[in-house]
Design a protein around this ligand. Structure first.
Ligand SMILES: O=C1O[C@H](COP(=O)(O)O)[C@@H](O)[C@H](O)[C@H]1O
Length: 259
């Protein structure tokens, strides 16, 4: 069962008894937003992360959602990607493909994987350019507030160090204010070469789910949501996430154990 704690404007914190309950609630939340945005604008743009998120999305590809969601209207992007071939075990595309995309009929032309056969910088440039073309063709709108592309839903995870996407506490990419997509060649978490959406793009999303499960995330969760700040005095990237409509934290008991 979930209990809701209002945090600040447009932020909701939902705590669940188990990871299984998070998975059930996340599926309903995502399916409800899919229906809402498809009704409002005819499509649903979803930005995936890698890591544990894909497994927690597992209920979305089961009944009743497998048949009730209009998958033909979904557009899929990645908030970050490792610069490796798409069939490499480190690829976020491969992870999503195995656990999610292969199980639902999203048209392959609506799935925006990276063109990985270049340097990390060139891969980031290429992904940004493709986003710009989608904005020009009015497939992705632009935020009236920020001027950056506005995705309907971002599904984000967080690392124990408080990183989101590939924006790490001790790396400068977290401070990027102009680019839509940037790159990193020395990610503290392997593999080192990656591309990532920047905060201006992340924070222009309509809705964001932060999906946080497991005891190893309890300390970072406490720092971000507990109001005490970071004792090491490096602000955690996860604390900088906001959404234009609503940011919802989905926490299981273990992740919420220090709140
Ligand atoms: O490296 C990454 O890590 C984060 C967090 O992953 P998790 O396994 O701790 O949930 C993930 O959100 C990001 O997309 C991924 O590239």
């Amino acid at each position: 069962m979930a209990s809701a704690t209002p945090k600040k404007h447009k932020t909701k914190v939902l705590k669940f008894d188990s990871e299984e309950d998070v998975a059930v609630a996340l599926a309903k939340y995502t399916a409800d937003l899919s229906e809402k945005y498809i009704k409002e604008k005819g499509s649903f743009s979803v930005v995936l992360s890698g890591g544990s998120l894909i497994d927690t999305l597992r209920k979305l590809v089961e009944a009743p959602y497998k048949d009730s969601v209009d998958w033909s209207k979904w557009l899929i992007f990645w908030v970050d990607e490792r610069v490796v071939p798409l069939d490499h075990e480190d690829s976020n595309y491969l992870l999503a493909s195995r656990g999610f995309l292969s199980k639902v009929p999203i048209p392959s032309g609506n799935v925006y994987a990276i063109n990985y056969q270049k340097s990390p910088e060139a891969v980031a440039d290429d992904y940004e350019e493709r986003l710009k073309q989608l904005v020009e063709r009015k497939i992705i709108p632009v935020s009236n507030i920020s001027g950056f592309p506005k995705f309907d839903l971002m599904l984000l995870g967080m690392g124990p160090d408080g990183h989101v996407a590939s924006l790490f506490p001790t790396r400068t990419q977290r401070n990027e204010k102009k680019r839509w997509v940037t790159f990193i060649t020395d990610s503290p978490k392997p593999p080192p070469p990656r591309i990532t959406f920047t905060f201006p793009v992340i924070n222009s999303a309509s809705d964001i789910a932060m999906v946080i499960t497991g005891a190893e995330l309890a300390d970072a969760t406490k720092i971000v949501l507990g109001g005490g700040g970071n004792p090491d005095s490096v602000p955690l990237p996860a604390a900088e996430v906001s959404a234009e409509n609503e940011l919802t934290w989905f926490l299981d008991k273990d992740a919420a154990s220090k709140l």
